[in-house]
Design a protein around this ligand. Sequence first.
Ligand code: AMP
Length: 401
Amino acid sequence: MTDKPALKLKRLQDMAVKGRRALVRVDYNVPMKGSRIEDNSRIRETLKTLEHLIAEGAKVVLVAHLGRPKGKVEAKYSLRPVAAELAKLLKRPVAFADDCVGPSAEKAAAALKPGEVLLLENLRFHAEEEANDPAFAKALARNGELFIQDAFGALHRAHASTAGVTRHLPGAIGFLVQRELEFLDRVIGNPQRPFLAVIGGAKVSDKLAVLDKLLERVDSLLIGGAMAYTFLAAQGINIGKSLLEKDQIDAAKAVIEKAYNKKVECLLPADHLVVREIREDGAAVATQAMAIPPDMIGVDIGPHTIEFFVERIAKAQTIFWNGPMGIFEMPSFSHGSRAVAKAMAEATSRGATTIVGGGDSLSVLAKAGLAGKMSHCSTGGGASLELLEGKTLPGLAALAS
Ligand code: AMP
């Protein structure tokens, strides 16, 4: 698959689960407004694994985290609304226990009959979860007889529910994790060419390692979003008052140089939408050139850039996209991101492999109604980037035999 040897991972379908308590780590870190779930995609993504377990007569015990309660019990981070939503989607009751360890969890888990489902309360109500505390991992493991890892978005963290628990239970990867690995493998291992990556967002520092690795694999790299300004500044181009990571200028120069040496086409925006002040109703104008006037702020890629980014996407066979092209949260500055999303959808329909990672890019797709038009939408932005960097994800290493 990559430069490193493949991990040997057991799959859910290779495990005998009938009548056994399966402790399943899922990613139910869903966006909430009060006690309302704004987007249930993460719950829906786990249904295939859960329906398999139910059909095979397993007793299903789900563990997950929600938000960042930092080791304290906080009602607004309770997973109780998720249990209700899951029950609706599964069309069967889902029991809920007020704690993920201790007597209430163990009692509820012990009461399960084959095919029944239980969700345990937020793992992160215990600081020991993120600390990967061995005693906590052992306590968690008491709720199951085997462990299924299906929380792709949590695999790049070594926590009690992703790493520690695997020392106590035989484990396997669920269908969601299998699908994620299969698609990312396709990109990493043997992509159909031309292979193009579109990378955006604000922070260069966050994405440097992945840019460096991508240069070894892609034919073209398109850079948009605020991070493009640091790359432009590294070329001596005026970027006005746009976001700049000064301490990343040398790193940006190194990326451009590596692209040149490897004969990878590295495209930066040739024009921009700029404003004097970032406001929802702020009038944006397009620049006529790469440079941004001294008193202006870049908020999106410009029309010419959109045109040539779309043209490149139209010619590619494998396209990976992570990060918005502008301040997409404000509709007036979301043209670039939406154009990329649309071009990716068209590429999918003509047979290219399109993969999108990262919450912001997924949110662009959802708003544009294009989420179903990609070959693969990764549920874990951080985890997918780390895989592309060639890192071994702790949650997978812990499971490997
Ligand atoms: P990241 O977390 O690094 O992926 O960055 C995502 C954020 O980048 C989003 O919230 C965008 O609003 C922001 N962003 C993208 N383009 C720009 C820009 N031109 N100026 C300021 N922020 C931007």
